[in-house]
Design a binder for this molecule. Structure first.
Ligand code: XMP
Length: 505
């Protein structure tokens, strides 16, 4: 294991992902994690991440006492490097100007850069710099503006880089991180097949030979993959419950049922469409809609699962990003109350089975491939728990949902047909309450406006609107207006997040 101590950089997770992509298991812990906590992970190397602090700040976060004395390689990135240098008696100063963006290394060498050749573009984002080297260290890379861009102490195996090797803007950064893994001598057995075998064995051990497991499925990649995994692990002792709240997309329920039943998963579908419509009738406030759906979902799930129980275990598709105890992220404002199938209340009398707690989404997708999940589900964009209800602005009706379903299907099928689906992180259609005047075949129309939205993002916390080709957007607009008579105007949402959110409600 490589332990990454997080000092609050927005890129910390990327470091873990890069290591894992190279087959090395790594975990993220808070920068100030106690030594015993770090040792629990049986580390063979440590990374000190970047972060917003300056080593001179009074409250600058520091690794726990003893961490720097551990007899293993340590790599400091940005703030991490400054901390290493400062602790070893070097000098760190606020640079005259912030250095932000791409910089070319004018020279580089040493262990970290071993085997790397040619131009090295490094992504910088810092205002402090190491101005005087600590004892035992040497400079191993420079840029025009930063004479001390990377340092190393080969005796103690301490390394520091001022730039961010983990981001795509540092194209050869992966090689550098790979060199660090080699220096640590960490085993490279974190492969999808290995992960899958371990997960199955882990579930079998937890659940035992009698235990029965309940799982709520949504049609998304996480719960579908989990269903396949659990069914491999415990067979028919898994009951996968699919609540159809009537807010799903065209043919979605059938698609998921077919994929999972075909693989031998014991799927129970609950048709709760009327109940949800009844409770949502006339409700137009977005938060209210979300709350009702979340509440009803739990009620229906509870009631229905009584019929198939008793269950000792409840499985959830919780992913690593949801459990990372990293620096920062506290006290975020409540923008929307999220509901999802995984978010069942904890006071249900179950033991939780959460095999994906250590995985990133792309790792789940790799495992899904091994488990034979069809690609159209495996590579699917996320879909929110409250479903189409939050894409049909204002109070929902059957008629509006039906319009939205047809529009969404044209747009999503179109993205697939034009090979654009995988280039977007998420795409959706929104039915607005706006009606406007149009003309079709010499006739005046007065119909709905739909908005199309597509975004690219890594973590869904921020997003850019996708620059879809005009040609494609034009084709979509024609198809939608021609095939969905209730719509006479199509607009494309060109707002990023922030300031907008991805969903419209
Ligand atoms: P926003 O609209 O907040 O969405 O930018 C960010 C991501 O979260 C998804 N989303 C949800 N997912 N339950 C979910 O499981 C929810 O209640 C929910 N609300 C939004 C949204 O689709 C996007 O991927």
């Amino acid at each position: 294991t490589v332990v990454i101590l997080d000092f609050g950089s927005q890129f910390t997770r990327l470091i873990a992902r890069r290591f894992r992509e190279m087959g090395a298991y790594s975990v993220i812990l808070p920068g100030t994690a106690p030594l015993e906590r770090i040792q629990q992970e049986q580390p063979v190397g440590i990374v000190l991440s970047g972060g917003p602090s300056s080593v001179y700040d009074e409250n600058a976060p520091k690794p726990a006492p003893g961490v720097l004395d551990l007899n293993m390689p340590i790599l400091g990135v940005c703030y991490g490097m400054q901390y290493l240098a400062h602790e070893a008696g070097g000098d760190v100063k606020r640079a005259g100007k912030r250095e932000y963006g791409k910089a070319d290394l004018t020279e580089y060498g040493g262990e970290l850069f071993k085997g790397i050749e040619g131009e090295f573009v490094a992504w910088m984002s810092h205002s402090d710099s190491v101005t005087q080297l600590p004892q035992g260290y040497q400079v191993v890379a420079k840029t025009e503006d930063t004479p001390v861009t990377a340092i190393e102490n080969n005796e103690t195996k301490r390394y520091g880089v001022q730039f961010h090797p983990e981001v795509v803007h540092t194209p050869k950064g992966g090689q550098l991180l790979g060199n660090f893994l080699d220096i640590c001598g960490v085993s490279r057995d974190w492969t999808p097949q290995h992960i899958l075998d371990e997960l199955i064995a882990g579930v079998q051990e937890q659940v035992g030979s009698e235990g029965r497991v309940l799982l709520g499925i949504s049609g998304g990649v996480d719960s579908s993959t989990l269903a396949l995994l659990l069914s491999r692990a415990v067979g028919d002792r898994l009951t996968a419950v699919f609540v159809d709240h009537g807010l799903l997309r065209l043919n979605e329920r059938e698609q998921v049922e077919t994929a999972l039943r075909g693989a031998g998963v014991n799927v129970v579908t609950v048709d709760a469409r009327e109940e949800f419509m009844h409770h949502l009738d006339g409700v137009s406030d977005p938060e209210q809609k979300r709350k009702i759906i979340g509440r009803e979902f739990i009620r229906v799930f509870d009631r229905e699962t009584e019929k198939y129980g008793p269950f000792e275990f409840l499985a959830q598709g919780t992913l690593y990003p949801d459990v990372i105890e990293s620096a920062g992220g506290e006290g975020a404002a409540n923008i929307k109350s999220h509901h999802n199938v995984g978010g069942l209340p904890e006071d249900l009398a179950f033991k939780l089975v959460e095999p994906f707690r250590t995985l990133f989404k792309d790792e789940v997708r790799e495992i899904a491939k091994l488990l034979g999940l069809p690609d159209d589900i495996r590579m699917r964009h996320p879909f929110p728990g409250p479903g189409l209800a939050i894409r049909c602005l204002g109070a929902i009706t059957e008629e509006k949902l039906d319009i939205l379903r047809r529009v969404d299907d044209i747009f999503i099928s179109g993205l697939r047909e034009f090979g654009l689906y995988d280039q977007c992180s998420q795409a959706l259609a929104v039915l607005t309450p706006i009606q406007s005047v149009g003309v079709m075949g010499d006739e005046r129309t007065y119909s709905y406006t739909v908005a199309l939205r597509a975004v690219t993002t890594g973590d869904f916390m921020t997003a850019e609107w996708a620059r879809l080709p005009y040609e494609f957007l034009g084709t979509m607009s024609n198809r939608i207006v021609n095939q969905v008579h209730e719509v006479n105007r199509v607009v494309y949402d060109i707002t990023g997040k922030p300031p907008a959110t991805i969903e419209w409600e």
